[in-house]
Design a protein around this ligand. Structure first.
Ligand code: ZN
Ligand code: ZN
Length: 467
């Protein structure tokens, strides 16, 4: 019987020192400073190199793949267990009480950008592997512990890795939560295009409409400019509309132009109900004005088909699967101007049983205006699910249950972790149930006790998977 927790405690100081060294590196994607050697900027490659150097120090064989990905090797055998983590971080952003790249311990919390996503969990999984190695436990499979450096953006590193290196047979990503994530919905964007047309002049012309920063975030702010006469009374109407709906309004009036700014609440697109979409509210307000026909069509379609409709009912794409749950729809980017027409980009997370093509056809059929069309936009991620009775899922859950005393259960989320890369791939930890999710937020932290608990779980889990 191995006392995994005791093995972790013996190495606690070393683990924290190694983790802090990695956390000190600002490994945000920085393609503005890309070079031939550092395609994603220097930071992500530095964090990767540091991780591989630690592993070499401990006697592991490592491989650096073009400074965008890498791996640590262990064991022997034809079958490969993949562990998939990432060394990049999202930008630090504002609102920190400590310096984001100077790891600080307060009340047992290790605070730093990347402490929870994903350097803390990644180091926990590394020490798990190190413990198995140092105990000299017999293994019958190969372990490839793989690091990407662009998980937060376009997955450039991990995709390059999979092009030139063997794909593991099964595995897990320590980049989510316990007990397990064994299913992820599909993800696709749809671009709804509004062709420009010679607009018949209404009393008021919609000059432009702009909202949304990213295709995976509910837009927090929206701006529209209108032109016309006698716009004075609109300010009051707008402020009243915002107040009624719990948003914040700001209006700038100049000559014959008025600019409307509305602020709602941003949120992750995987649950649009957590946000307040500033764009669909602003469009809804504008439908009551006597706008030119093209402008009127743009805001009316938004009101009729996108406003307060996180399940896509008004787009004709509502769909639920018993296992994977509801399709969600989040309109996240809006661009319109009077010269060029406009578009809306809709981010959809869909369960098994439906495809992006079918969703697109249904959107086109539902909106059905002569000068509007819909297209699948960019890459489509298909739904991913590893059955609960797969030995991988069973093993991970049984180790989790044994060590925590908590009942394990399967979980399916809106996407998208490295777990989906492998047909038999899941995400496993390291956030424990009941802990707030602080990933991507200011003052990101991970409780040190949780890092150590996760290390012990990973050690036993890896050993059970490769013994
Ligand atoms: Zn992550
Ligand atoms: Zn992240």
């Amino acid at each position: 019987m191995i006392d995994w927790q005791a093995e972790v405690e013996k190495r606690q100081d070393d683990l924290l020192a190694d983790l802090e060294a990695i956390l000190r590196i600002d490994s945000e994607r920085d393609v503005a400073h890309a070079t031939k050697d550092y395609p994603l900027g220097a930071g992500p490659a530095e964090a990767l190199t540091q991780m591989l150097t630690i592993a070499q120090r401990d006697g592991f064989t490592t491989k650096n793949v073009e400074n965008v990905a890498g791996r640590i090797e262990f064991g022997a055998g034809d079958e490969i267990l993949g562990i998939l983590a990432h060394m990049d971080v999202v930008p630090a952003g504002d609102g920190w009480q400590t310096k984001p790249f100077e790891p600080t311990i307060v009340d047992g919390h290790l605070i730093a950008r990347g402490s929870a996503d994903d350097k803390g969990p990644a180091m926990a999984a590394y020490y798990a592997l190190k413990i198995i190695k140092e105990l000299g436990l017999p293994v019958s499979k190969t372990v490839h512990y793989i690091f990407g450096t662009d998980e937060e953006s376009e997955w450039v590193g991990i995709e390059r890795y999979l092009e030139v290196e063997p794909t593991p047979d099964f595995g897990f990503s320590p980049d989510a939560e316990f007990p397990i994530i064994n299913g992820e919905k599909g993800i696709a964007d749809f671009k709804i295009n509004f062709k420009s047309e010679l607009s018949t002049v209404g009393e008021i012309r919609l000059m432009n409409f702009t909202s949304g920063l990213r295709d995976n975030m509910v837009p927090q702010t929206a701006t529209a400019t209108v032109e016309g006469h006698q716009l004075d009374q609109l300010s009051d109407q707008f402020v009243a509309f915002a107040a009624e709906n719990g948003l914040v309004a700001d209006v700038q009036v100049a000559d014959h132009q008025t600019v409307f700014n509305l602020t709602g609440k941003g949120a992750h697109a995987l649950e649009p109900r957590a946000g307040v979409n500033a764009a669909t509210y602003l469009a809804t307000f504008l439908t009551d004005l006597p706008l030119d026909s093209a402008g009127h069509e743009y805001v009316t379609v938004i009101k009729d088909h996108f406003h307060l409709d996180s399940r896509g009912a008004n787009l004709g794409i509502e769909y639920t699967d018993d296992l994977m749950g509801e399709l969600t729809a989040s309109p996240d980017i809006f661009r319109y101007d009077v010269e060029n027409g406009g578009h809306v980009i809709l981010n959809v997370r869909f369960p098994q049983g439906i495809t992006a093509e079918v969703i697109n056809a249904n959107i086109a059929k539902t909106i059905d205006h002569a000068n509007i069309n819909s297209e699948v936009y960019g890459r489509v991620e298909t739904p991913h699910y590893v059955p609960a009775d797969d030995p991988l899922v069973k093993t991970l859950l049984s180790v989790y249950e044994k060590q925590t005393g908590e009942k394990g259960h399967e979980q399916i989320i809106g996407g998208g972790t490295y777990g989906r890369i492998l047909d038999r791939g899941v995400a496993f930890g390291a956030q424990f149930p009941g802990q707030p999710n602080v990933m991507h937020q200011a003052n990101e932290y991970m409780p040190i006790a949780d890092i150590l608990r996760a290390t012990a779980i990973y050690a036993e889990a890896i050993y059970e998977l490769v013994k």
